[in-house]
Design a protein around this ligand. Structure first.
Ligand code: PLP
Length: 432
């Protein structure tokens, strides 16, 4: 299987090349040349398969030319060694908990899969690869954790000083080894801009092989389709039409869900739920895509004004708005509505949602107003403890700190403070 750039649809890039490059030379996102549905008996008897077997069958066609089956199985074992439970909280409403991994956000799956792939591709290579990534919070921790100790790979994470939660900062600054955290005197947008500038800076790229670990990278994006299949396996016996609601920011997660559907998963509809950063909900009404600067909200991992993966979703539907509307609904919610949902669900069911999950819940309920007889699953993309302030303030309770978090909380922070792009550049040029 080859991949092509969405700016130049000639499939000529291998999975390995696409992973190492991150983004195509013409700045397009890579996309698989084909998606062949799995045989129907795969879905008929999916409950007999383990998660590892499901993941193997689902991803194999995309990677098999570059990763032998036995290596792929090992990579999946390292990636998926935690649970993905579907928890019913109301009649016909369940949540898919994606926060049981090491950094307690769904990004663990993509980050670990990518780290393992890159580790495998680096074997026997002389030149080290540097993963350069900007984070507004969850990506940094997941990438740091996933890549820790991977031979031949260095990781440099840029984060905005004072603008990530204490727990998130600990997760990305305390690991050491091949992980370096750069604390930027600026905003997330500044971090992102520095990273983008570095990728285009010949002086740096002549000197170092750089790649990105954001969801534009196919090795981070595609494995996110796994847990839609794991959820389908658990909810299938309900005998109802299943619909997924995905709290969305850069739209990588929901786009992976759409790939699971193209693989034959019998799910007809997805809901893309957003906070007030509503470029996509607006697009779904009129077909006009109008990116704007992002607005800060309590679901900050979704504060994205120009979602980078939405172009992949449009491509999957040949950019045909009416087909897209049949398959996808998109709704936007304010912080106030999000807090109200957190409170209502907590008081009626005892379930604690984080603000991102709560946006997913709201999108699902909106959709079910017209389709009450569907079985709805919203994704809980992070553990509520990762957004402690909001949860405490809204629900008046302190969630218990899980072991994964406890482990980093007392560790010492190490960061390199930088102010300008030149600071980053001199670091990248000096260190080999
Ligand atoms: C990254 C993130 C999202 C958004 O996911 P996308 O794939 O960018 O749409 C949602 N919730 C949480 C908690 C996240 O960390």
């Amino acid at each position: 299987m080859k991949f092509y750039s969405l700016n130049h649809p000639v499939p000529e890039t291998s999975f390995k090349e696409a992973v190492i490059a991150g983004i195509a030379p013409d700045k397009g996102l890579y996309f698989p040349e084909s998606i062949t549905p799995l045989p129907s008996d795969f879905f008929d008897s999916i409950e007999k398969l383990s998660n590892l077997e499901i993941a193997f069958e689902a991803i194999r066609q995309f990677v098999s030319e570059d990763i032998p089956d036995d290596v792929l199985k090992e990579i999946l074992k390292n990636t998926l060694d935690f649970d993905f439970p579907v928890v019913e909280i109301e009649e016909n409403v369940a949540t898919l908990e994606l926060f049981h991994g090491p950094t307690m956000a769904f990004k663990d799956v993509g980050a670990r899969f990518m780290a393992n792939c890159l580790g495998y591709f680096s074997q026997g290579e002389n030149e080290e690869v540097t993963v350069l990534v900007a984070t507004s919070g969850d990506t940094g921790g997941a990438v740091a954790n996933g890549f820790l100790g991977v031979d031949g790979v260095n990781v440099v994470i840029l984060y905005p000083s004072g603008k990530v939660s204490d727990i998130q900062e600990k997760q990305l600054t305390t690991l050491g080894q091949n992980i370096v955290a750069m604390e930027v005197d600026g905003t997330f947008d500044d971090c992102q801009r520095m990273v983008k500038t570095a990728f285009l800076d010949g002086e740096i790229t002549d000197h170092r092989k750089l790649t990105s670990a954001n969801s534009i990278n196919v090795a981070r994006w595609l494995p996110q389709l796994f847990y839609f299949l794991f959820a389908y396996k658990q909810a299938k016996s309900k005998g109802k039409e299943i619909v997924f609601s995905v709290p969305s920011g850069n739209f990588g997660n929901i786009c992976a869900g759409t790939v699971a559907q193209k693989l034959g998963m019998p799910v007809k509809h997805f809901v893309a739920s957003t906070n007030v950063n509503d470029v996509v909900p607006k697009f779904m009404q009129k077909g006009i895509y109008n990116p704007v600067p992002s607005i800060a909200t309590i679901s900050n991992a979704m504060d994205v004004g120009d979602p980078s993966n939405f172009v992949r979703i449009r491509h999957l539907y040949q950019d045909d708005l009416s087909t897209l509307q049949e398959n996808l609904s998109s709704f936007s919610f304010s912080d106030e509505a999000t807090r109200t949902a957190m409170k209502t669900v907590y008081s009626q069911t005892g379930y604690v949602m984080d603000p991102h999950g709560a946006v997913g819940y709201l999108g699902l309920k909106e959709y079910q107003k017209n389709k009450p007889n569907t079985y709805g699953i919203f994704l809980e993309t992070a553990h509520p403890v990762k957004f402690l302030d909001v949860v405490e303030e809204t629900l008046g309770l302190s969630p218990e700190i899980p072991a994964q978090i406890q482990k980093v909380i007392d560790k010492e922070k190490h960061s390199i403070k930088i102010k300008t792009y030149e600071d980053l550049k001199s670091y990248l040029l000096d260190k080999n």
